[in-house]
Ligand binder design. Sequence first.
Ligand code: FES
Length: 106
Amino acid sequence: MGRITFIEHNGTEHVVEIEEGQSLMQVAVDNDIPGIDADCGGACACGTCHVIVDERWIQSTGGINADEQGMLGLTPEKTDTSRLSCQITVSESLDGLIVQLPEFQM
Ligand code: FES
């Protein structure tokens, strides 16, 4: 359906195939992307699926609800384009998405 690029803090890139309807966190876990532990299984309760979305893509990833905002507030290395990957649903419109992985989670 499309591809997403995860970039580690050291610059290592992982390009993975995406399947519509999955969460971005699930895509990362299924592809053994380092630094996405997803300890709570996608319940927006751990913050260990933090990604930094390339600013060109932030609008396409959708809105942030209060729970995600609160959890991101506890996350080291939060930026203006931070998201919890478990709260992003993959769709065709995200083909080409680029996200960075925070150093803290490595
Ligand atoms: Fe726990 Fe995303 S998996 S907040």
